[in-house]
Each structure stands twice: as C-alpha cells, then as structure tokens.
Design a protein around this ligand. Structure first.
Ligand code: ATP
Ligand code: MG
Length: 251
C-alpha cells in the first residue's frame, strides 16, 4: 500500500526542507510532489528540472490546450494529450525518488482543471510508489484543492508563534470542510523553537513528534544551492528528521 504523506504549515517554517530531508530516509521508491509555485523542492534536492528537460504540470497542460486549439485531432481530448506529455515530460525519475511539480498558474481561470488532472494523475501514479510525499505551498489554499482525498500522515511544521496555534485549528477546520480524511495528524516544531515553546505546543492536544533541529549547514546549503541530500549523516537536522520518521512509523 502507498503511504500518502503531506507536509504543510505557515510560510517559511521549513516544510520543503523537511520533505527534502525525509526523502533520504524513506524506503524507495518514493514520489515527491511539489505544489509550491516557487519549485524550491527540486532545487533543494540538487535537481535542475529545466536542464533535464522536465516541465511542470501546468506547462504541460498549457501545451496540451494550445495543441488542441491549433486543431489537433478532435478525437484526442486535452486530458489524453496531457497524459501523453505527463509521463515523458513532467515526471523526473531519480535514484530512490521521483519528482513532479505543479508549477505556476499561467492560464486563464482557476486551478480547477490542473488540480483535477493532478488528482487523477496522482492516483494513477501513486500505485507505483511506496510513499507519495506532498510539499505544500505556504497557506491553506492547497488543502481546499483536495489534491489527495486520503492522507496517511499529515505533518504540520510549526514556528514558535501563537499564529501557529490558529493555523492548527484552521487546518483541521478545512480538512473537515472539504471532507479530506487523514489517519495521523502530527505537529512538528521547526528549528526556531526553544524548550518553552516546545512545552507549550506539546500541550496543544495533538500528537507532537518533536523538533527539527537547527543546523547551520542547512542554511548554508540552501543559500548556496547545494543539495540537502549531501548533508552529512550526523547533521542535527537529519538526525532529528530521522527520529521523527521513526516515531511516525515511516522508517
Ligand atoms: N533545520 C533548519 N536549520 C536551519 N535553517 C533551516 C532549517 N530548516 C529550514 N531552514 C531555513 O529556513 C528557510 C525556510 O525553509 P523552507 O524553504 O524549507 O521553508 P518552507 O516552509 O518550505 O517555505 P515556503 O513557505 O516558502 O515554502 C530556509 O532558508 C532554510 O534554509
Ligand atoms: Mg517550501
């Protein structure tokens, strides 16, 4: 069975870093899905998608629509054309994990159609993987988009502010509203937490799995564009992510 994992939280808390670090510990094969228009996850993993000729879901969809408008075969619906692009053009196949990115909306209208395709694509693609990990953009809008209908492990990466408490409540309310089911709802403290803040969130009434430790090398690597999978095994951030994944029963 494929385990579906989502990393979410407020802006800049460390969601993508968590996913990038997680990818080295999950048993392969894993599919990492970047829903952030900034496409930062691939960068963190040292993958230059453009260089290897990969496109985002939105770009492929844009081309499928364009092709159809130019008078492509009327018997080939946009959706089928898109599927053709999808496998070769969007899916980056790496060692241990594959990556796919949603991209930035550059078409008229809402994300409904790309989301619909992504939902279908994910459910088809997922069958080939042990783990599907979604890196969310900041904010909560992505939850409304219901890209996966059932989540096994939802990680909320918190920063030490009372806004994080409000955020937890909002996440729960949206999940309920859109009818998104989940098995586990986990809180994680980001690297900015001190002991006092940790104590506060431990008492928030949710399962608290621990803190992602501060690691100057993470900052340095992200700044220089060095892939996080090159971090040494004894990096405090890596060690803490490993511990968190063990607690969640993911490794
Ligand atoms: N454990 C850590 N130790 C030190 N710095 C960290 C750690 N985790 C994240 N950072 C730093 O925090 C910043 C934000 O991290 P990241 O991009 O992972 O957050 P995010 O939640 O994905 O952001 P966004 O909301 O923009 O998607 C980065 O500059 C990163 O280097
Ligand atoms: Mg991010």
């Amino acid at each position: 069975m494929t385990r579906k994992i989502v990393s979410t939280g407020r802006g800049g808390t460390g969601k993508s870093t968590f996913v990038a670090l997680m990818s080295r510990y999950l048993s392969p094969p894993s599919l990492l899905i970047d829903l952030d228009p900034d496409l930062s996850l691939a960068d963190m993993l040292g993958i230059d998608l453009t260089k290897v000729g990969k496109r985002t879901i939105v770009e492929a969809l844009y081309d499928a629509v364009k092709e159809r408008q130019r008078g492509g075969s009327p018997l080939t619906p946009v959706e089928d054309r898109f599927k053709g692009f999808m496998w070769g053009d969007c899916l980056y196949e790496g060692r241990g994990f594959d990556v796919i990115t949603l991209g930035t909306k550059d078409m008229e209208g809402c994300y409904c159609f790309p989301d619909h395709l992504l939902r279908k694509t994910i459910s088809e693609l997922s069958k080939n993987y042990k783990h599907v990990v979604i890196d969310s953009p900041a904010g909560l809008e992505h939850l409304n988009r219901n890209i996966v209908s059932q989540i096994d492990d939802l990680f909320v990466v918190l920063d030490p502010s009372d806004k994080s408490l409000i955020h937890i409540k909002k996440v729960k309310a949206i999940l309920k509203e859109v009818g998104m089911m989940y098995d586990h709802f986990y809180l994680l403290a980001n690297y900015m937490f001190d002991e006092e803040a940790e104590k506060y969130f431990k008492e928030a009434g949710e399962i608290y799995l621990g803190k992602i430790e501060y690691d100057p090398k993470v900052e340095e690597y992200n700044l220089k564009g060095e892939p996080l999978n090159k971090l040494p095994e004894d990096s405090p951030a890596c060690r803490s992510v490993r511990k968190i994944l063990e607690k969640a029963g993911l490794i």
